[in-house]
Design a protein around this ligand. Structure first.
Ligand code: XMP
Length: 509
Protein backbone atom coordinates (compact mmCIF):
# COMPACT_ATOMS: atom_id res chain seq x y z
CA UNK A 1 0.00 0.00 0.00
CA UNK A 2 1.85 3.07 -1.24
CA UNK A 3 -0.77 5.53 -0.05
CA UNK A 4 -0.28 5.06 3.62
CA UNK A 5 -0.03 7.44 6.58
CA UNK A 6 2.21 6.66 9.56
CA UNK A 7 1.05 7.73 13.01
CA UNK A 8 3.78 7.58 15.64
CA UNK A 9 2.25 6.91 19.02
CA UNK A 10 3.74 8.64 22.04
CA UNK A 11 1.13 7.09 24.32
CA UNK A 12 -1.66 9.66 24.10
CA UNK A 13 -5.15 8.50 24.98
CA UNK A 14 -6.23 10.11 21.68
CA UNK A 15 -3.89 8.31 19.27
CA UNK A 16 -6.57 5.90 18.10
CA UNK A 17 -8.88 8.83 17.50
CA UNK A 18 -6.33 10.39 15.14
CA UNK A 19 -6.35 7.15 13.16
CA UNK A 20 -10.13 7.10 13.02
CA UNK A 21 -10.34 10.67 11.78
CA UNK A 22 -7.77 9.95 9.10
CA UNK A 23 -9.71 6.87 8.00
CA UNK A 24 -12.93 8.90 7.92
CA UNK A 25 -11.21 10.86 5.17
CA UNK A 26 -10.94 7.54 3.28
CA UNK A 27 -7.22 7.49 3.90
CA UNK A 28 -5.47 4.41 5.23
CA UNK A 29 -3.14 4.84 8.20
CA UNK A 30 -1.21 2.75 10.69
CA UNK A 31 -0.23 3.41 14.29
CA UNK A 32 3.30 2.43 15.30
CA UNK A 33 4.86 2.99 18.72
CA UNK A 34 7.50 5.74 18.69
CA UNK A 35 10.22 3.26 19.63
CA UNK A 36 9.45 1.06 16.66
CA UNK A 37 9.61 3.27 13.59
CA UNK A 38 9.38 1.08 10.46
CA UNK A 39 12.75 0.72 8.67
CA UNK A 40 11.14 1.14 5.31
CA UNK A 41 9.35 4.46 5.14
CA UNK A 42 8.64 4.29 1.40
CA UNK A 43 4.98 3.26 1.79
CA UNK A 44 4.21 6.32 3.90
CA UNK A 45 3.22 9.54 2.20
CA UNK A 46 2.87 11.47 5.45
CA UNK A 47 3.65 11.11 9.15
CA UNK A 48 1.71 12.30 12.19
CA UNK A 49 3.22 12.55 15.68
CA UNK A 50 0.69 11.96 18.46
CA UNK A 51 0.34 13.60 21.85
CA UNK A 52 1.70 12.02 25.01
CA UNK A 53 1.20 11.98 28.77
CA UNK A 54 4.91 12.89 29.08
CA UNK A 55 6.57 16.28 29.27
CA UNK A 56 9.37 16.70 26.71
CA UNK A 57 11.47 17.97 29.59
CA UNK A 58 11.20 14.67 31.48
CA UNK A 59 14.20 12.38 31.29
CA UNK A 60 12.19 9.28 30.47
CA UNK A 61 10.11 11.05 27.79
CA UNK A 62 9.99 9.47 24.31
CA UNK A 63 12.98 10.55 22.22
CA UNK A 64 12.62 8.97 18.79
CA UNK A 65 15.10 9.63 16.02
CA UNK A 66 13.13 11.54 13.38
CA UNK A 67 16.08 12.28 11.12
CA UNK A 68 14.68 10.19 8.27
CA UNK A 69 11.26 11.83 8.62
CA UNK A 70 11.53 15.52 9.43
CA UNK A 71 12.29 17.43 6.27
CA UNK A 72 11.85 14.29 4.15
CA UNK A 73 8.14 13.53 4.52
CA UNK A 74 5.17 15.79 5.15
CA UNK A 75 4.97 15.83 8.95
CA UNK A 76 2.19 16.88 11.29
CA UNK A 77 3.15 17.15 14.94
CA UNK A 78 0.30 17.19 17.44
CA UNK A 79 0.67 18.49 21.00
CA UNK A 80 3.63 16.55 22.50
CA UNK A 81 4.84 16.11 18.92
CA UNK A 82 4.78 19.88 18.42
CA UNK A 83 6.64 20.44 21.68
CA UNK A 84 9.14 17.71 20.88
CA UNK A 85 10.05 19.35 17.56
CA UNK A 86 10.38 22.72 19.25
CA UNK A 87 12.45 21.45 22.19
CA UNK A 88 15.02 19.66 20.02
CA UNK A 89 15.27 22.16 17.19
CA UNK A 90 16.30 25.34 18.89
CA UNK A 91 13.04 26.34 20.54
CA UNK A 92 12.03 26.02 24.17
CA UNK A 93 9.27 24.32 26.07
CA UNK A 94 8.36 25.43 29.57
CA UNK A 95 5.75 24.62 32.18
CA UNK A 96 2.82 26.90 31.44
CA UNK A 97 1.63 29.40 34.02
CA UNK A 98 -1.99 28.76 33.30
CA UNK A 99 -3.68 25.43 32.77
CA UNK A 100 -4.10 24.82 29.07
CA UNK A 101 -6.91 22.32 29.21
CA UNK A 102 -10.20 22.25 27.39
CA UNK A 103 -11.81 24.58 24.91
CA UNK A 104 -10.03 27.57 23.42
CA UNK A 105 -10.45 29.72 20.31
CA UNK A 106 -7.88 30.38 17.61
CA UNK A 107 -7.94 34.15 17.94
CA UNK A 108 -5.21 34.61 15.31
CA UNK A 109 -4.76 32.57 12.14
CA UNK A 110 -2.08 33.63 9.64
CA UNK A 111 -3.78 34.27 6.34
CA UNK A 112 -2.90 32.61 3.06
CA UNK A 113 -1.77 29.31 4.63
CA UNK A 114 -3.00 26.11 2.94
CA UNK A 115 -2.85 24.37 6.31
CA UNK A 116 -5.67 26.63 7.56
CA UNK A 117 -7.74 26.68 4.34
CA UNK A 118 -11.47 26.92 5.07
CA UNK A 119 -10.87 27.37 8.79
CA UNK A 120 -12.25 30.63 10.20
CA UNK A 121 -10.68 32.66 12.97
CA UNK A 122 -12.11 31.99 16.43
CA UNK A 123 -12.79 28.38 15.61
CA UNK A 124 -12.89 26.14 18.70
CA UNK A 125 -9.93 23.93 19.48
CA UNK A 126 -9.28 21.47 22.31
CA UNK A 127 -6.13 21.89 24.38
CA UNK A 128 -4.68 19.40 26.81
CA UNK A 129 -1.18 20.16 28.02
CA UNK A 130 0.65 21.53 31.03
CA UNK A 131 3.79 22.56 29.10
CA UNK A 132 3.82 25.23 26.47
CA UNK A 133 6.11 26.23 23.60
CA UNK A 134 7.74 29.43 24.89
CA UNK A 135 10.01 29.86 21.91
CA UNK A 136 9.52 28.50 18.40
CA UNK A 137 12.18 26.27 16.87
CA UNK A 138 14.63 27.48 14.21
CA UNK A 139 13.10 28.59 10.91
CA UNK A 140 9.57 28.40 12.26
CA UNK A 141 6.67 30.59 11.19
CA UNK A 142 3.84 31.08 13.67
CA UNK A 143 0.51 30.10 12.10
CA UNK A 144 -2.02 30.50 14.90
CA UNK A 145 -2.51 31.65 18.50
CA UNK A 146 -5.17 31.56 21.15
CA UNK A 147 -5.58 34.21 23.83
CA UNK A 148 -3.45 32.14 26.23
CA UNK A 149 -1.26 30.14 23.87
CA UNK A 150 0.90 32.27 21.59
CA UNK A 151 2.38 29.38 19.60
CA UNK A 152 -0.72 27.27 19.03
CA UNK A 153 0.53 26.32 15.56
CA UNK A 154 3.67 26.73 13.48
CA UNK A 155 5.35 25.42 10.39
CA UNK A 156 9.01 25.06 9.46
CA UNK A 157 10.15 27.07 6.46
CA UNK A 158 11.18 25.07 3.37
CA UNK A 159 9.81 21.88 4.88
CA UNK A 160 6.37 20.31 4.88
CA UNK A 161 6.50 20.23 8.68
CA UNK A 162 3.43 21.50 10.55
CA UNK A 163 2.79 21.58 14.27
CA UNK A 164 -0.21 22.26 16.49
CA UNK A 165 -0.49 22.37 20.27
CA UNK A 166 -4.17 21.44 20.19
CA UNK A 167 -5.89 18.16 19.29
CA UNK A 168 -7.50 18.09 15.82
CA UNK A 169 -8.81 14.56 16.43
CA UNK A 170 -11.25 15.32 19.24
CA UNK A 171 -14.80 16.28 18.55
CA UNK A 172 -14.50 19.64 20.33
CA UNK A 173 -12.01 20.90 17.77
CA UNK A 174 -14.64 22.10 15.34
CA UNK A 175 -12.49 22.17 12.21
CA UNK A 176 -10.19 19.32 13.22
CA UNK A 177 -11.17 17.15 10.29
CA UNK A 178 -10.72 20.04 7.87
CA UNK A 179 -7.23 20.63 9.27
CA UNK A 180 -6.31 16.97 8.82
CA UNK A 181 -7.71 17.09 5.30
CA UNK A 182 -5.71 20.23 4.51
CA UNK A 183 -2.54 18.56 5.70
CA UNK A 184 -3.08 15.10 4.23
CA UNK A 185 -4.82 15.91 0.96
CA UNK A 186 -3.71 19.42 0.01
CA UNK A 187 -0.19 19.41 1.42
CA UNK A 188 0.88 15.74 1.49
CA UNK A 189 -1.21 14.82 -1.60
CA UNK A 190 -2.43 11.56 -0.13
CA UNK A 191 -5.24 9.98 -2.17
CA UNK A 192 -8.63 9.44 -0.56
CA UNK A 193 -9.11 5.94 -1.90
CA UNK A 194 -9.57 3.85 1.26
CA UNK A 195 -13.18 2.61 1.12
CA UNK A 196 -14.90 -0.60 2.28
CA UNK A 197 -15.21 -1.77 -1.32
CA UNK A 198 -11.51 -1.16 -1.95
CA UNK A 199 -10.68 -2.92 1.29
CA UNK A 200 -12.72 -6.00 0.33
CA UNK A 201 -11.18 -6.16 -3.11
CA UNK A 202 -7.57 -5.84 -2.00
CA UNK A 203 -8.01 -8.07 1.06
CA UNK A 204 -9.62 -10.90 -0.89
CA UNK A 205 -6.80 -10.74 -3.43
CA UNK A 206 -4.14 -10.69 -0.70
CA UNK A 207 -5.77 -13.65 1.06
CA UNK A 208 -5.85 -15.61 -2.20
CA UNK A 209 -2.14 -14.94 -2.78
CA UNK A 210 -1.24 -15.66 0.83
CA UNK A 211 -3.23 -18.87 1.30
CA UNK A 212 -3.44 -20.38 -2.17
CA UNK A 213 -4.91 -23.88 -1.92
CA UNK A 214 -4.19 -24.30 1.79
CA UNK A 215 -6.90 -24.99 4.33
CA UNK A 216 -7.90 -22.57 7.09
CA UNK A 217 -9.80 -23.27 10.31
CA UNK A 218 -11.61 -20.47 12.07
CA UNK A 219 -13.63 -20.32 15.27
CA UNK A 220 -16.90 -18.45 14.81
CA UNK A 221 -18.35 -16.81 17.91
CA UNK A 222 -21.60 -15.38 16.59
CA UNK A 223 -20.07 -11.92 16.90
CA UNK A 224 -19.48 -9.33 14.20
CA UNK A 225 -15.70 -9.70 13.95
CA UNK A 226 -15.44 -13.44 13.43
CA UNK A 227 -18.40 -13.36 11.04
CA UNK A 228 -16.88 -10.66 8.85
CA UNK A 229 -13.44 -12.33 8.96
CA UNK A 230 -15.01 -15.63 7.89
CA UNK A 231 -16.93 -13.99 5.07
CA UNK A 232 -13.78 -12.38 3.67
CA UNK A 233 -11.90 -15.67 3.86
CA UNK A 234 -14.84 -17.48 2.32
CA UNK A 235 -14.79 -15.07 -0.62
CA UNK A 236 -11.09 -15.73 -1.05
CA UNK A 237 -10.81 -19.50 -0.59
CA UNK A 238 -14.40 -20.86 -0.52
CA UNK A 239 -14.76 -24.38 0.84
CA UNK A 240 -11.15 -24.47 2.06
CA UNK A 241 -12.33 -22.40 4.99
CA UNK A 242 -13.52 -24.68 7.80
CA UNK A 243 -15.50 -22.81 10.42
CA UNK A 244 -16.12 -24.19 13.89
CA UNK A 245 -18.83 -22.74 16.09
CA UNK A 246 -18.60 -23.99 19.67
CA UNK A 247 -21.49 -23.88 22.10
CA UNK A 248 -19.82 -23.29 25.46
CA UNK A 249 -23.19 -23.37 27.19
CA UNK A 250 -22.69 -19.73 28.18
CA UNK A 251 -24.26 -18.13 25.14
CA UNK A 252 -27.54 -16.24 25.12
CA UNK A 253 -30.80 -18.18 25.06
CA UNK A 254 -31.30 -20.03 21.72
CA UNK A 255 -28.27 -18.29 20.28
CA UNK A 256 -26.38 -21.41 19.26
CA UNK A 257 -29.12 -22.82 17.02
CA UNK A 258 -30.25 -19.57 15.48
CA UNK A 259 -26.77 -18.30 14.67
CA UNK A 260 -25.68 -21.67 13.33
CA UNK A 261 -28.61 -21.56 10.91
CA UNK A 262 -27.70 -18.08 9.85
CA UNK A 263 -24.13 -19.14 9.11
CA UNK A 264 -25.32 -22.04 7.02
CA UNK A 265 -27.66 -19.74 5.10
CA UNK A 266 -24.67 -17.54 4.32
CA UNK A 267 -23.01 -20.47 2.62
CA UNK A 268 -20.24 -20.84 5.18
CA UNK A 269 -18.70 -24.26 5.66
CA UNK A 270 -19.49 -24.44 9.37
CA UNK A 271 -19.65 -27.18 11.98
CA UNK A 272 -21.57 -26.58 15.20
CA UNK A 273 -20.14 -28.33 18.27
CA UNK A 274 -22.18 -28.49 21.44
CA UNK A 275 -19.67 -28.68 24.29
CA UNK A 276 -21.83 -27.14 27.02
CA UNK A 277 -21.31 -30.00 29.45
CA UNK A 278 -17.56 -29.89 29.09
CA UNK A 279 -17.42 -26.18 29.88
CA UNK A 280 -19.74 -26.46 32.86
CA UNK A 281 -17.57 -29.22 34.22
CA UNK A 282 -14.43 -27.14 33.73
CA UNK A 283 -16.07 -24.30 35.63
CA UNK A 284 -17.31 -26.38 38.55
CA UNK A 285 -16.65 -24.65 41.87
CA UNK A 286 -14.74 -21.72 40.28
CA UNK A 287 -15.78 -18.29 41.49
CA UNK A 288 -12.69 -16.20 40.75
CA UNK A 289 -13.22 -14.26 37.49
CA UNK A 290 -9.71 -14.72 36.12
CA UNK A 291 -9.79 -18.43 36.90
CA UNK A 292 -13.17 -18.71 35.19
CA UNK A 293 -11.74 -17.00 32.11
CA UNK A 294 -8.75 -19.35 32.13
CA UNK A 295 -10.95 -22.43 32.56
CA UNK A 296 -13.12 -21.36 29.64
CA UNK A 297 -10.11 -20.45 27.51
CA UNK A 298 -8.50 -23.82 28.16
CA UNK A 299 -11.69 -25.76 27.50
CA UNK A 300 -12.16 -23.83 24.27
CA UNK A 301 -8.64 -24.67 23.12
CA UNK A 302 -9.21 -28.36 23.82
CA UNK A 303 -12.52 -28.49 21.99
CA UNK A 304 -11.25 -26.42 19.11
CA UNK A 305 -8.10 -28.48 18.82
CA UNK A 306 -10.08 -31.73 18.73
CA UNK A 307 -12.26 -30.34 15.97
CA UNK A 308 -9.42 -28.78 13.99
CA UNK A 309 -7.61 -32.12 13.97
CA UNK A 310 -10.58 -33.65 12.21
CA UNK A 311 -9.88 -31.48 9.21
CA UNK A 312 -6.87 -33.01 7.52
CA UNK A 313 -3.97 -30.94 6.27
CA UNK A 314 -4.79 -27.59 7.85
CA UNK A 315 -2.07 -24.92 7.73
CA UNK A 316 -3.78 -21.77 8.90
CA UNK A 317 -5.80 -20.47 11.78
CA UNK A 318 -8.15 -17.60 10.91
CA UNK A 319 -8.90 -15.03 13.61
CA UNK A 320 -11.20 -12.02 13.89
CA UNK A 321 -8.64 -9.85 15.69
CA UNK A 322 -9.29 -6.14 15.13
CA UNK A 323 -7.08 -3.09 15.29
CA UNK A 324 -7.68 -1.93 18.88
CA UNK A 325 -6.49 -5.36 20.12
CA UNK A 326 -3.36 -5.07 18.02
CA UNK A 327 -2.58 -1.52 19.12
CA UNK A 328 -3.27 -2.26 22.75
CA UNK A 329 -0.63 -4.91 22.81
CA UNK A 330 2.15 -2.59 21.57
CA UNK A 331 1.35 0.84 22.90
CA UNK A 332 3.36 2.72 25.45
CA UNK A 333 1.20 3.16 28.52
CA UNK A 334 -1.91 4.99 29.69
CA UNK A 335 -5.22 3.44 28.68
CA UNK A 336 -3.40 0.88 26.61
CA UNK A 337 -2.38 -1.16 29.63
CA UNK A 338 -4.13 -4.53 29.54
CA UNK A 339 -6.44 -4.71 32.50
CA UNK A 340 -7.97 -8.11 31.84
CA UNK A 341 -6.82 -11.14 29.92
CA UNK A 342 -9.50 -10.87 27.26
CA UNK A 343 -7.46 -9.98 24.22
CA UNK A 344 -7.07 -12.32 21.33
CA UNK A 345 -3.57 -11.31 20.37
CA UNK A 346 -1.17 -14.19 20.70
CA UNK A 347 -4.07 -16.48 19.95
CA UNK A 348 -3.96 -20.16 20.60
CA UNK A 349 -0.92 -21.94 22.04
CA UNK A 350 2.01 -23.12 19.99
CA UNK A 351 1.07 -26.75 19.95
CA UNK A 352 -1.46 -26.02 17.28
CA UNK A 353 1.43 -25.05 15.04
CA UNK A 354 -0.74 -23.16 12.63
CA UNK A 355 0.06 -19.97 10.79
CA UNK A 356 -2.24 -17.12 11.74
CA UNK A 357 -4.33 -15.14 9.28
CA UNK A 358 -6.18 -12.08 10.55
CA UNK A 359 -7.99 -10.24 7.75
CA UNK A 360 -9.40 -7.53 10.06
CA UNK A 361 -6.18 -6.80 11.88
CA UNK A 362 -6.07 -3.23 10.67
CA UNK A 363 -9.75 -2.28 11.08
CA UNK A 364 -11.68 -0.49 13.78
CA UNK A 365 -15.04 -1.92 14.87
CA UNK A 366 -17.13 0.53 12.86
CA UNK A 367 -15.02 -0.23 9.79
CA UNK A 368 -15.59 -3.96 10.31
CA UNK A 369 -19.34 -3.28 10.25
CA UNK A 370 -19.03 -1.24 7.05
CA UNK A 371 -16.98 -3.96 5.38
CA UNK A 372 -19.60 -6.51 6.48
CA UNK A 373 -22.34 -4.35 4.98
CA UNK A 374 -20.37 -4.00 1.76
CA UNK A 375 -20.30 -7.82 1.50
CA UNK A 376 -24.07 -8.05 2.07
CA UNK A 377 -24.06 -9.59 5.56
CA UNK A 378 -27.45 -9.39 7.29
CA UNK A 379 -27.68 -5.99 9.06
CA UNK A 380 -29.17 -7.68 12.11
CA UNK A 381 -26.08 -9.83 12.48
CA UNK A 382 -23.82 -6.82 11.96
CA UNK A 383 -25.75 -4.70 14.42
CA UNK A 384 -25.46 -7.19 17.26
CA UNK A 385 -24.17 -5.90 20.54
CA UNK A 386 -20.67 -6.99 21.54
CA UNK A 387 -20.75 -10.08 23.72
CA UNK A 388 -17.76 -11.26 25.78
CA UNK A 389 -15.98 -14.47 24.81
CA UNK A 390 -16.50 -16.06 28.26
CA UNK A 391 -20.17 -15.18 27.82
CA UNK A 392 -22.54 -15.39 30.74
CA UNK A 393 -19.77 -16.80 32.94
CA UNK A 394 -18.53 -13.28 33.69
CA UNK A 395 -22.09 -12.08 34.29
CA UNK A 396 -22.82 -14.78 36.87
CA UNK A 397 -20.94 -13.53 39.91
CA UNK A 398 -19.54 -16.37 41.95
CA UNK A 399 -19.64 -20.01 40.96
CA UNK A 400 -21.53 -21.25 37.93
CA UNK A 401 -24.19 -23.91 37.79
CA UNK A 402 -26.53 -25.05 35.03
CA UNK A 403 -29.45 -23.60 37.00
CA UNK A 404 -27.82 -20.17 37.28
CA UNK A 405 -27.09 -20.18 33.54
CA UNK A 406 -30.72 -21.02 32.84
CA UNK A 407 -31.95 -18.20 35.08
CA UNK A 408 -29.65 -15.64 33.52
CA UNK A 409 -30.46 -16.74 29.97
CA UNK A 410 -34.17 -16.20 30.67
CA UNK A 411 -33.60 -12.80 32.28
CA UNK A 412 -31.25 -11.67 29.51
CA UNK A 413 -33.69 -12.79 26.80
CA UNK A 414 -36.54 -10.77 28.35
CA UNK A 415 -34.32 -7.69 28.58
CA UNK A 416 -32.93 -7.96 25.04
CA UNK A 417 -36.30 -8.83 23.46
CA UNK A 418 -37.75 -5.86 25.32
CA UNK A 419 -35.09 -3.55 23.89
CA UNK A 420 -35.96 -4.75 20.40
CA UNK A 421 -39.68 -4.42 20.97
CA UNK A 422 -39.29 -0.86 22.27
CA UNK A 423 -36.99 -0.01 19.36
CA UNK A 424 -34.12 0.68 21.77
CA UNK A 425 -31.73 -2.10 20.76
CA UNK A 426 -29.85 -0.11 18.12
CA UNK A 427 -29.59 2.93 20.37
CA UNK A 428 -27.58 0.93 22.87
CA UNK A 429 -23.94 -0.11 22.38
CA UNK A 430 -24.21 -3.12 24.62
CA UNK A 431 -26.74 -4.54 27.07
CA UNK A 432 -27.06 -7.56 29.29
CA UNK A 433 -28.06 -8.88 32.69
CA UNK A 434 -25.92 -9.82 35.67
CA UNK A 435 -26.82 -12.46 38.23
CA UNK A 436 -25.72 -11.36 41.69
CA UNK A 437 -24.47 -13.79 44.33
CA UNK A 438 -26.93 -12.56 46.94
CA UNK A 439 -30.47 -13.44 47.80
CA UNK A 440 -32.93 -10.85 48.99
CA UNK A 441 -36.24 -11.10 50.68
CA UNK A 442 -39.49 -10.63 48.83
CA UNK A 443 -43.15 -11.42 49.11
CA UNK A 444 -45.25 -13.21 46.50
CA UNK A 445 -48.90 -13.79 47.41
CA UNK A 446 -48.89 -14.66 51.08
CA UNK A 447 -45.46 -16.15 51.04
CA UNK A 448 -42.10 -14.67 51.81
CA UNK A 449 -39.45 -15.46 49.24
CA UNK A 450 -35.69 -15.40 49.48
CA UNK A 451 -34.41 -15.35 45.93
CA UNK A 452 -31.87 -13.98 43.49
CA UNK A 453 -31.20 -10.35 42.51
CA UNK A 454 -30.41 -9.47 38.89
CA UNK A 455 -28.89 -6.25 37.63
CA UNK A 456 -29.59 -4.89 34.17
CA UNK A 457 -26.82 -2.99 32.36
CA UNK A 458 -27.14 -0.96 29.15
CA UNK A 459 -24.38 1.37 27.99
CA UNK A 460 -23.62 3.85 25.27
CA UNK A 461 -20.11 3.80 23.86
CA UNK A 462 -18.18 4.06 20.62
CA UNK A 463 -15.42 1.57 21.31
CA UNK A 464 -15.98 0.03 24.74
CA UNK A 465 -13.02 1.97 26.16
CA UNK A 466 -15.28 4.49 27.84
CA UNK A 467 -19.01 4.09 28.34
CA UNK A 468 -21.99 5.67 30.00
CA UNK A 469 -25.19 4.08 31.24
CA UNK A 470 -28.24 4.61 29.04
CA UNK A 471 -31.15 6.63 30.28
CA UNK A 472 -33.77 3.99 29.44
CA UNK A 473 -37.41 5.04 29.84
CA UNK A 474 -38.91 4.22 33.24
CA UNK A 475 -41.92 2.62 31.55
CA UNK A 476 -39.60 0.26 29.71
CA UNK A 477 -37.70 -0.67 32.86
CA UNK A 478 -40.98 -1.19 34.65
CA UNK A 479 -42.27 -3.58 31.98
CA UNK A 480 -39.02 -5.53 31.82
CA UNK A 481 -38.75 -5.80 35.58
CA UNK A 482 -42.34 -7.06 35.86
CA UNK A 483 -41.78 -9.61 33.13
CA UNK A 484 -38.61 -10.88 34.73
CA UNK A 485 -40.02 -11.25 38.21
CA UNK A 486 -43.27 -12.81 37.00
CA UNK A 487 -41.71 -15.22 34.55
CA UNK A 488 -38.29 -16.21 35.79
CA UNK A 489 -38.47 -18.57 38.70
CA UNK A 490 -35.76 -17.83 41.24
CA UNK A 491 -35.59 -14.06 40.77
CA UNK A 492 -37.50 -11.63 42.98
CA UNK A 493 -35.60 -8.36 42.51
CA UNK A 494 -34.32 -6.34 39.54
CA UNK A 495 -31.96 -3.35 39.75
CA UNK A 496 -30.52 -1.09 37.03
CA UNK A 497 -26.80 -0.26 36.91
CA UNK A 498 -26.17 3.50 36.63
CA UNK A 499 -22.37 3.54 36.68
CA UNK A 500 -20.18 4.98 33.93
CA UNK A 501 -16.85 3.64 32.69
CA UNK A 502 -14.50 4.83 34.07
CA UNK A 503 -14.52 4.38 37.00
CA UNK A 504 -16.71 1.27 36.66
CA UNK A 505 -16.38 -1.17 33.74
CA UNK A 506 -19.02 -2.50 31.38
CA UNK A 507 -18.91 -6.06 32.67
CA UNK A 508 -19.10 -6.74 36.39
CA UNK A 509 -16.28 -9.29 36.34
P1 XMP B 1 -15.12 -3.86 30.26
O1 XMP B 1 -15.87 -4.73 31.20
O2 XMP B 1 -13.63 -4.07 30.30
O3 XMP B 1 -15.57 -4.29 28.81
O4 XMP B 1 -15.50 -2.41 30.39
C1 XMP B 1 -15.19 -3.67 27.62
C2 XMP B 1 -15.65 -4.54 26.47
O5 XMP B 1 -14.95 -5.80 26.50
C3 XMP B 1 -15.86 -6.87 26.70
N1 XMP B 1 -15.26 -7.79 27.66
C4 XMP B 1 -14.77 -8.98 27.33
N2 XMP B 1 -14.69 -9.61 26.15
N3 XMP B 1 -13.66 -11.43 27.21
C5 XMP B 1 -14.13 -10.84 26.09
O6 XMP B 1 -14.06 -11.44 25.01
C6 XMP B 1 -13.71 -10.87 28.45
O7 XMP B 1 -13.27 -11.43 29.44
C7 XMP B 1 -14.29 -9.55 28.50
N4 XMP B 1 -14.48 -8.68 29.52
C8 XMP B 1 -15.08 -7.60 28.96
C9 XMP B 1 -17.12 -6.24 27.25
O8 XMP B 1 -18.27 -7.04 26.98
C10 XMP B 1 -17.13 -4.90 26.56
O9 XMP B 1 -17.64 -5.00 25.25
Amino acid sequence: MQNNVLILDFGSQYTQLIARRVRELNIYCEIHPFHNIPDNLDPFKAVILSGSPFSVRAEDAPHPDLSKIKGHKPLLAVCYGAQYLAHFNGGSVEPSNIREYGRAKLSMIKSGEIFFDNIPENTNVWMSHSDTIAQLPKNAVRLASTVDVLNASYRIENEETYAIQFHPEVYHTTHGKQLLENFLVKIAKVEQSWTPAAFVETTVQTLKDQIGNDKVVLGLSGGVDSTVAATLLHKAIGKNLYCIFVNNGLLRKNEFDSVLHQYKDMGLNVKGVDASERFLKALEGESDPERKRKAIGNAFIEVFDDEAHQVTGVDWLGQGTIYPDVIESVSVNGPSVTIKSHHNVGGLPDFMKLKIVEPLRMLFKDEVRRVGKEMGIDPELLGRHPFPGPGLAIRILGDITAEKVRILQEVDAIFIDGLRKWDLYDKVWQAGAILLPVNSVGVMGDERTYEKVVALRAVESTDGMTADWVNLPYEFLQEVSNNIINRVKGVNRVVYDISSKPPATIEWE
